[in-house]
Design a protein around this ligand. Structure first.
Ligand SMILES: Cc1cc2nc3c(=O)[nH]c(=O)nc-3n(C[C@H](O)[C@H](O)[C@H](O)COP(=O)(O)OP(=O)(O)OC[C@H]3O[C@@H](n4cnc5c(N)ncnc54)[C@H](O)[C@@H]3O)c2cc1C
Length: 450
């Protein structure tokens, strides 16, 4: 394939190529020159050496949830790390060692058997390592902060083939840059993460008629501002397809949906958690009675079911931004701008999301009160509506994005100020001086002026 003799990388049209290139995001082309699934750390080291020998850029993808966020794969070699090793939970130290290739759905059954859970996101299908490298926004986040802050160490195969450990005490600069620095430092083959005690969660979805959204949205925002840290929510205008698996009040309908979680770390927390839930739902229900409400006590492993993220691959387009509080005129414009979107979403930030802990990575907190995320089926209509929502939200944009929510290389995205970017770049240059992994670096593209 590359003219360098036998290679690990399978050429296009082979089963090995198809396996390594499988992607959740069907709207992004997956057309590398060759693709390889690494089953061991040794495989990863061999793949890095083979890419260097071939003189081709090496790209890393696990599940492809973010396929398209960085530049095209054309002319590169694609490595899928799917390390054949078990997830190891240590209940005494409350940690888990997670080999690359695992999704949150692989971790939760192991952790919850000890009364522990992880700061996973809304979907169990997302890859653990990719999520952590982008910060990681969890429905536990207002209490515990970004998931990347609970990473203890990362084992990385660097561009020269060396296998190194990055932690607070070992290569601290690399450890800092890996956690939110935008990728392109090497192949992470294992992460050690802290787990959190979690007895139960209050989780579910309250659903309203879309006609009520103009009253509900500002009221939710006002509640969200000073809400207790135990609760993290997502407010959406949601239009799901008419799937038989969905309840009738959601299937094929446009609704207002409020979902998320209230933490119940120990049984004794339950009365306070119920009060938090009631203080959220009662005022909203007084404004407009919900057509359905499934919020209830559940085991922590049920939380990834709440947000109804698709688990099968889909072709999607999305946009996102960290936003300031939206005023009445802003709500009026934004709520009407994307009638065909699958979701117009605002995720509640604040609480521990806004706090920098000691020893965090380069992305260790999010200063904005809200994250906007719009998503729809890829196509011209969705692109037009996402543009219209962005225009309506323009006065409220902070100029920054949460990297995990950026779906396309050409979308506005900025995680750090210029000074911090230079610091990150210095670390990247030290570990990858020839730019073997440069294709995986997320660009910084500021939004054009309105
Ligand atoms: C349906 C859905 C729900 C989501 N929900 C949330 C959420 O609640 N909270 C949140 O924070 N994010 C969420 N995300 C975003 C998700 O966390 C990011 O897209 C994340 O980057 C996905 O990681 P991945 O490994 O699954 O994807 P991939 O596309 O495989 O990888 C994403 C990036 O991570 C890099 N990468 C992955 N594995 C490695 C590795 N082993 N070594 C080095 N680099 C690696 C890749 O190079 C790539 O640039 C969601 C995304 C989708 C599509």
């Amino acid at each position: 394939m590359t003219g360098t003799g036998p290679t690990l990388f399978s050429p296009p049209g082979t089963p090995g190529y198809a396996e390594a290139g499988a992607s959740f995001q069907l709207a992004a082309p997956v057309d590398p020159a060759g693709a390889f699934t690494a089953r061991s750390i040794g495989d990863v080291v061999r793949a890095v050496a083979a890419a260097r020998r071939a003189g081709l850029p090496l790209r890393v993808s696990t599940t492809g949830h973010a396929m398209g966020r960085t530049g095209p794969l054309t002319g590169s070699l694609l490595l899928r790390p799917l390390i054949d090793a078990a997830v190891r939970v240590d209940p005494d130290s409350r940690t888990a060692r997670v080999p690359a290739g695992r999704t949150w759905g692989d971790i939760l059954p192991e952790a919850t058997r000890y009364g522990l859970t992880a700061l996973h996101g809304s979907s169990s299908g997302v890859g653990v390592i990719g999520y952590l490298l982008g910060g990681g926004l969890s429905f536990y986040g207002r209490r515990f902060g970004l998931a990347a802050n609970l990473v203890r160490s990362l084992t990385v195969v660097l561009a020269d083939g060396e296998v190194v450990e990055a932690s607070a005490t070992c290569r601290p600069d690399l450890f800092w840059a890996l956690r939110g620095g935008g990728g392109g430092f090497g192949v992470v083959v294992e992460a050690e993460i802290e787990l959190i005690p979690m007895h139960r969660v209050l989780t579910g979805m309250a659903v309203w008629d879309p006609a009520d959204v103009a009253r509900l949205a500002p009221a939710w925002q006002a509640w969200a501002r000073d809400a207790p840290r135990e609760v993290t929510t997502s407010f959406r205008l949601l239009s799901l397809p008419p799937l038989p698996s969905l309840p009738p009040y959601l299937a094929g309908r446009r609704v207002v949906a409020l979902d998320g979680a209230v933490t119940v770390s120990a049984e004794s927390d339950l009365p306070a958690a119920r009060r938090v839930l009631d203080e959220m739902l009662s005022p909203l229900s007084a404004l407009a009675p919900p057509v359905a409400n499934t919020w209830a006590l559940a085991p922590p492993q049920a939380l990834p079911l709440t947000h109804l993220d698709p688990l099968r691959p889909v072709p999607f387009d999305s946009d996102s931004a960290l936003v300031r509080e939206i005023d009445a005129a802003g709500w009026a414009g934004a709520l009407d701008a994307g009638p065909g979107l699958t979701a117009f979403e605002l995720r509640q930030l604040g609480g521990a999301f806004g706090v920098s802990p000691p020893y965090g990575g380069v992305l260790d907190h999010l200063a904005a009160p809200l994250l906007y995320h719009g998503v729809g089926v890829a196509g011209e209509e969705t692109a037009r509506e996402l543009g219209a929502v962005r225009a309506a939200l323009q006065p409220f944009l902070t100029g920054y994005t949460a990297p995990n929510f950026v779906a396309h290389v050409a979308k506005p995205q900025r995680t750090h100020d210029n000074h911090t970017r230079v610091r990150v770049e210095r670390v990247r240059l030290a570990v990858d001086p020839t730019g073997l992994f440069a294709g995986d670096v997320a660009p910084t593209l500021d939004a054009p002026p309105p």
